[in-house]
Design a protein around this ligand. Structure first.
Ligand code: SF4
Length: 62
């Protein structure tokens, strides 16, 4: 699994970081970034949770 954050959509709410802190990290640009690629299998559930919790559907997975 690979995750990406669309910076044109992200509003920097940090919900994905709270949900999945080992994968997402807020950076100085005010957006969340995916820090791990590919997503380790044991982290896939929380990434899916982050996708679902993101209020602007900025996170996509493939
Ligand atoms: S939950 Fe969505 S909008 Fe909020 S920081 Fe993460 S990617 Fe950005």
């Amino acid at each position: 699994m690979k995750a990406t954050v669309d910076e044109d959509l992200c509003i920097g709410c940090e919900l994905c970081v709270d949900t999945c802190p080992q994968i997402f990290e807020m950076q100085d640009d005010g957006f969340s970034h995916v820090m791990v690629e590919p997503i380790p299998p044991e982290q896939e559930d929380c990434v899916v949770e982050a996708v679902e919790i993101c209020p602007v559907t900025a996170i996509s997975v493939e």
